[in-house]
Design a protein around this ligand. Structure first.
Ligand SMILES: [Cu+2]
Length: 241
């Protein structure tokens, strides 16, 4: 039963016919299961590479709803998150990370039999207990966190996860240069630089805009690798390494 959710997601991705009986072909050996450890929503995270922690509370409200706090999650692609999940309610709840399609399919299965699962993308908690899920969001897109215990999703226990595409500079965008002069007050820096591929400019000496954080990493006379882009019409240093 351990790999049921992963298998389900995989089947949906392949566009396989909906599993009508709630069972799945058994006999997956561990190595086969590992190939599918990567889900659309990401993969189990490594505790040693957690980027940040997010506290999640699950509870019932006075007017009969069941909620997650926060109600939405914003994550950057590639981030590994430690979810510190607390069940502050009076009922059992769970926190499941998946696609909306995956949660929907899983919910239907749960409606037929309230099975307790123990996949790395989820945690089920008795009232008054807490636990954690460490997850790496390797794909950009919109996903969903939900409680799939029968009736709970409908009572409000679901929310969107927005994973923003990672727009880090690739190495090819970096140019070499030597810092000739820094004018921190004016937010300007003069760089003797090589060709600038992003701006389609040859090697020369030019003045660039740079914000405080960039200037803090610079000193006159040193060599740098940097990215220059046009920002509001001004040539600006946007990355440095
Ligand atoms: Cu619940």
């Amino acid at each position: 039963m351990k790999n049921l959710l992963l298998t389900t997601t995989f089947a949906l991705v392949l566009g396989a016919p909906a599993f009508s009986a709630g069972n799945h072909s058994g006999g997956h050996d561990e190595s086969h299961a590992d190939e599918h450890a990567e889900m659309m929503v990401g993969r189990p995270g490594d505790a040693a590479s957690v980027d940040r922690s997010v506290d999640v509370t699950m509870r019932e409200t006075d007017d009969g709803d069941m909620v997650f706090e926060p109600a939405t999650l914003e994550i950057a692609q590639g981030e590994t998150i430690r979810f510190n999940v607390t069940n502050a309610g009076a009922l059992e709840h769970e926190f499941v990370l998946d696609t909306m399609v995956g949660n929907e399919a899983h919910k239907e299965m749960m409606a037929r039999m309230d099975m307790e699962h123990d996949d790395p993308n989820s945690i089920r908690l008795d009232e008054g207990t807490s636990g954690e899920v460490i997850w790496t969001f390797s794909n950009a897109g919109t996903f969903e966190f939900a409680c799939l215990i029968p009736g709970h999703y409908e009572a409000g226990m679901h929310g969107p996860i927005t994973v923003a595409e990672n727009v880090t500079q690739n190495d090819a965008d970096f140019s070499t240069g030597t810092i000739k002069k820094i004018d921190a007050k004016a937010g300007k820096v003069t760089i003797i630089h090589g060709p600038l591929p992003k701006l389609d400019m040859p090697a020369m000496t030019m003045v660039f805009r740079a914000d405080e954080a960039m200037i803090a990493q610079m000193s006159e006379g040193t060599d740098i690798e940097f990215v220059a882009e046009r920002v509001n019409g001004k040539l600006t240093v946007t990355a440095i390494k």
